[in-house]
Ligand binder design. Structure first.
Ligand SMILES: Cc1cc2nc3c(=O)[nH]c(=O)nc-3n(C[C@H](O)[C@H](O)[C@H](O)COP(=O)(O)OP(=O)(O)OC[C@H]3O[C@@H](n4cnc5c(N)ncnc54)[C@H](O)[C@@H]3O)c2cc1C
Length: 458
């Protein structure tokens, strides 16, 4: 039996970065990963392929809007085979780079599935047994199929299938209104698929504010996506010709048919088969691995990081959690992740991004705050770009003016939100930000309007 200082189960964003840090601390490290291809979800079937495709459809959308800008761009359309080939080439490069890093000799890599025998020992699916002083569980998440009537009997696509399309499907019904559902629904619509999105909650992107969600909903409807919110699915069934979904919306019973069904109802933590009970690792009520602020599970020498423990499926969090776990495991100085600095980006067009605390959170916690917003349809740079959807919103503490959070829905929101990353981390106030230079004409200078409004209120 081989023994290690640190054993990482799952070599994705959380696992690989934990292994990298532990190795840099001079530890003997093993990574166990049972996937056919190394790289993890972000590189292979998550952020990078989806953002590669979305970037291509953003360009397509601009080309199709050429007339708005006085340009003649006839027949701009999606060539899915070429888009697919470009995506594959780019992803293969990212995956090769990660694979080389993993197989560089710094770590012992076992291509197998792991399950716990006891709190320090794991059995691998290839028959080997490994022991370790400290262990990180970073097994990610898997697509889930909630108990929707008829779903289990109906063939459906998942995000993996959408990301691997090499043709334009005629029509798709999207089930769900979360980030993945919305990003890929818009991708499908823009390549020329007829898209119907059916969401249970009153708003898509329900973890965001109703105001931000309303902007995306309007943009989707303007683009021709058929959106049904506040629904309840009665039955899904399939025939040779396609899929039919019966659902209720208020008192109305509605029926929609499409060639394909895209199940985007969510993901669940990948814990099945790990035999966590043998190691004393317990789950939280939501099915994720229970952790403390240092990523320790209920067995203190076993850590968890990434989607398997959450609380959010976001890559930079998975990386930070992995790094934190490795440093804490070997007694190095480390700070718990600051949930007041959470950044979230939805790569729809217009994109939606938030940082820090939201109005809803502060209201629920009965904490006073000041808030101001400004619309993109009244800002020079966005007007000349014809990017008129949305607004920027800044939230600050009364009296001190310390920035608490921001919400941006509009052009380049995913980039603009980072205007607040440094200031928030450095506990800056609206006065600090107003003392900074803002170039004209930029999208970023729109932020000065809500900042000034808050400064006036102080
Ligand atoms: C379509 C899509 C788009 C996304 N876009 C974004 C985005 O733009 N930005 C963002 O921040 N996040 C995005 N995400 C989420 C992001 O990809 C995940 O949060 C992140 O990749 C999770 O990393 P992880 O290390 O927890 O897990 P993973 O990267 O999934 O790694 C888990 C690894 O564990 C291995 N494994 C599982 N079980 C075992 C076992 N028993 N034994 C051995 N190995 C095992 C798996 O093979 C896998 O390699 C997206 C997700 C999806 C699906």
């Amino acid at each position: 039996m081989t023994s290690y200082d640190f054993l990482v189960i799952g070599g994705g964003s959380a696992g690989f970065n934990a292994a990298r840090v532990a190795r840099s601390l001079g530890k003997r490290v093993a990574i166990v990963d049972g996937a056919k291809k190394l790289g993890g979800l972000c590189i292979l079937q998550g952020c990078m392929p989806s953002k590669t495709l979305l970037w291509m459809t953003d360009v397509l959308h601009l080309a199709q809007k050429g007339k708005t800008f006085g340009l003649k761009i006839p027949h701009a359309s999606a060539d899915l085979r070429a888009m697919h080939a470009r995506k594959r080439r780019i992803i293969a490069e990212f995956a090769d780079y990660r694979e080389q890093a993993m197989l560089s000799g710094k770590y012992d890599v076992y291509r197998a599935h792991a399950r716990f025998i006891d709190a320090h020992t794991v059995a691998l699916s290839d028959g080997k047994t490994l022991r370790a002083k400290k262990i990180l569980i970073a097994t990610g998440s898997k697509i889930s199929s909630p108990p929707v009537p008829g779903l289990a009997e109906t063939p459906f696509w998942t995000s993996d299938d959408i990301l691997d399309l090499d043709h334009v499907p005629k029509s798709v019904i999207v089930l769900g209104g979360g980030i993945v559902a919305c990003e890929l629904a818009q991708f499908l619509n823009r390549i020329g698929t007829r898209v119907t999105l059916i969401q249970r909650s009153p708003n898509i992107l329900r973890d965001h504010s109703p105001a931000a969600s309303a902007v995306i909903q309007q943009a989707f409807r303007d683009e021709g996506i058929e959106l049904h919110t506040d629904t309840q699915i009665e039955k899904i069934f399939s025939a040779k010709s396609g899929v039919t979904v019966h659902f209720r919306s208020g008192k109305k019973l509605i029926s929609r048919r499409a060639q394909h069904l895209f199940n985007a109802l969510g993901r669940s933590p990948n814990t099945a088969g790990l035999a966590l009970e043998n190691a004393g690792v317990r789950l939280a009520p939501d099915g994720r691995i229970r952790i403390n602020r240092h990523q320790q599970t209920t067995a203190p020498h076993i850590y968890a990081g990434g989607d398997v423990c959450g609380p959010f499926d976001i890559v930079h969090l998975a990386v930070a959690q992995g790094e934190l776990a490795a440093r804490h495991a070997f007694g190095r100085p480390c700070k718990p992740i600051d949930d007041k600095l959470l950044v979230n980006v939805v790569f729809t067009d217009p994109p939606l991004a938030t940082i820090g605390q939201t109005e809803a959170q502060l209201t629920a916690e009965k904490k006073p705050f000041l808030v101001a917003s400004y619309p993109f349809n009244d800002h020079g740079k966005s007007i000349l770009m014809d990017a008129l959807y949305g607004y920027v919103k800044v939230i600050a503490a009364p009296k001190t003016g310390r920035i608490l959070g921001a919400e941006i829905v509009g052009p380049q929101a995913g980039e603009l939100i980072h205007c607040f990353s440094g200031p928030l981390a450095m506990k800056a106030t609206v006065h600090d930000l107003l003392a900074a230079p803002w170039y004209h004409p930029t999208l970023a200078e729109i932020l000065t309007y809500p900042l000034e409004e808050i400064a006036d209120q102080l």
